[in-house]
Design a protein around this ligand. Structure first.
Ligand code: G3P
Ligand code: MG
Length: 246
């Protein structure tokens, strides 16, 4: 099943770095994924007011920092002054929201495979995808394994125009009936979805259509094993150490 489909992402992917044991989407979290031996890491890129891609999941900085308001209304300089670690634990005080370039440099200092998610603020899909592609064009070596994913098909299309050789993943929560058309139309390698929507039929059909199926977010090793036994290709986890140990 799926033997002829290229493997871009290995089976265990650290989610937002290794966000079960470090503040999500920070350099500390990415470093933690590397240190735990995760074969791959995922994090989310959005843009600042002045067009710099930074690593952040939410539209607003409030949940994961001591700052307030939309990230897209802040300049990179303003973003760099926010503490993105203390909310998680005092041990991470002064951890920052990293520019994408710093996060890429950290990934490139190791052998870890990268899944970079383009996570645009709604309405900012095009500039976000452009800024991510421009940063990758400057620093990402052609022979380094990477998959770029997004929930935004517009972001995927804009990115693909600029970097057509980088494989893409479409992220959904619930799998839509027209998933096959969407994967084809947006030139995607993989479908990423929530485990509630995984069935044996879906796995078979995704592989038969020449794609990979990646599931988020799985923190229970038994659930991960059950998904792998069914044929799921990879899972995102906040705790790569737990899944690697089982
Ligand atoms: O790609 C898997 C996962 O990162 C998508 O969900 O919300 O954690 O970015 P989210
Ligand atoms: Mg993500």
């Amino acid at each position: 099943m799926g033997e002829n489909i290229p493997t871009i992402l290995p089976k265990i992917i650290g989610h937002r770095g290794a966000c079960g044991s470090a503040p999500e989407n920070t350099l500390a979290s990415i470093a933690r994924a590397i240190e735990l031996g995760a074969p791959a890491v995922e994090f989310d890129a959005t843009i600042s007011r002045d067009g710099h891609p930074v690593i952040m999941h939410d539209f607003n900085v409030d949940r994961c920092s001591d700052g307030h308001g939309p990230v897209v209304l802040k300049t990179l300089d303003e973003i760099s002054q926010i503490d993105a670690g203390s909310w998680f634990s005092p041990q991470f005080k002064n951890e920052r929201i990293p520019p994408l370039s710093d996060a890429l440099a950290l990934v490139l200092s190791s052998n870890i495979v990268l899944n970079l998610e383009i996570k645009p603020t709604l309405g900012w899909e095009e500039p976000t995808a452009r800024a991510v592609a421009e940063t990758l064009q400057k620093v990402w070596p052609e022979d380094r394994q990477i998959l770029v994913s997004s929930m935004s098909t517009l972001a995927l299309d804009v990115f693909h125009e600029l970097m057509p050789n980088i494989p893409l993943g479409l992220i959904v929560y619930a799998v839509p009936d027209n998933w096959r058309d969407l994967l084809d139309r947006h030139v995607c390698h993989s479908l990423h979805c929530n485990p509630a929507f995984v069935t044996q039929e879906l796995i078979t059909a995704v592989h038969a259509s020449g794609h990979r199926l990646h599931i988020y977010t799985i923190n229970d090793p038994a659930q991960a094993q059950a998904l792998f036994d069914m044929g799921v290709d990879a899972v995102f986890t906040d705790h790569p150490d737990r899944l690697l140990a089982s």
